[in-house]
Ligand binder design. Sequence first.
Ligand code: BG6
Length: 487
Amino acid sequence: MKFSEDFYWGGAVAANQCEGAWNVDGRGMARTDVTTGGTVNTPRMVTFIDKDGNKQKLPNHGFKLPEGAHFAVFDDELYPNHDGIDFYHHYKEDIALLKEMGFKMFRLSISWSRIYPTGEEEKPNQAGLDFYRNVFTELRNAGIEPLVSIWHFDTPLVLEEKYGDWLDRKYIALYEKYVTTIFNEYKGLVKYWLTFNEINNTINFLPDDASDEAYQEAYQHLHYQFVASARAVQIGHQIDPENKIGCMICGITYYPLTSDPEDILFNRSKWEKGIFYCGDVQCKGKYPTFTKRLWKEHNVQLDITEQDLEELKKGTVDMYTFSYYMSQAVTTHKNDDTVSGNMSFGVRNPYLEYSDWGWALDPKGLKYYLEMIYDRYEKPLMVVENGLGAYDTVEEDGSIHDNYRIEYYRAHIEEMAKAIENGVDLIGYTTWGCIDLVSAGTGEMRKRYGFIYVDKHDDGTGTMARSKKDSFYWYKKVIASQGEDLD
Ligand code: BG6
């Protein structure tokens, strides 16, 4: 099957994972700048000075800055995002390679703290604005449509220190100022925008047995982001009616492990809490019916105004975009056959294979997700992240034979084609980490996703030289044949 001629084939990256240049040209810090590297079994750590002046670190996942502490960079720690893959200085070379592959779209994010270093300045940082203008212009000249994530986990660190992690209503106005600046600045250059990357992670990755306080904070954090997103959609449309603005959800296909009705119901609650809660607010402009139950389960009382609810109604997104890496089997039964790996949880699905990082490889789960979501919202869909994090070996002649990656993509593209045939309006596919970058979950370089290899390693060494893997030539062929030639 052929995909339509205007289908957006491409790839995706995020500022903090690829740009490097963390303290260059006036950029302020973000959480990743105080986060060390980890591995599949050891967490990334956040470094800070506690109220008594002692150096401390705590796991990044579920991190909350202790009372009276402040974030700090330590000389004896390695922070992989400081260098990333130095896209900041290599973007021309990188975009030339994407053009060679025939990319139609490139998803990247703007680092908020390059534009407003502390989040509270009155005027934006000109050097930051210039950098993205240059990148978008380079993309346009290469015939590649930019798809821009406005927020990819990188709130200015000063704001997080002052107001917690989206735990203050002030964030809405600060985000509005930021989006107004970039919508005005890049009018005519950028048309496709995403408001919050994987907005549902806040609730989706919260353990089922987390405290009521943790749930209270997660739902409040999300509410402020929902309102900020809705405001951004309205502002974006006012500034340029051509703008297409989407939500971005971490897409996981949940399956019940058994046919026990308790498992069926548990599975359904996973979809509701993890997937539909955010999608419904952003696509339908209102909280879903099951919200009352979710909040009641954890005694959640939110700061929500009538005006907020009006904003949600007026700020529904134009498209639903999502990442898809895996499915997850869930059960209410005691089952010790759990999956270990970063950000993966749930029990082992005996019908699936798992990646070296414990993520279930399930192309059919992508078709299931696409059809389920399209049926619910009937909005254009884009898969804006999908890919295989794997160990790559560079041969003596410099070649990289990543057949496993090709197989992974082939299977997922085939399932997308079937979903389109079944009526799903899928308009684009941007594979994750089309060029190797720092893993968000583990901070590793060795967890590689790219068609393009970057000579950068976990001990901080490497020349940053770029080279083409076998998958580079394969994806080029796929795009040229509009998805017909997958061999
Ligand atoms: C998504 C994020 O969660 O998954 C990306 O939007 C991230 O930022 C990607 O890189 C893959 O996860 P990881 O941990 O392999 O980098």
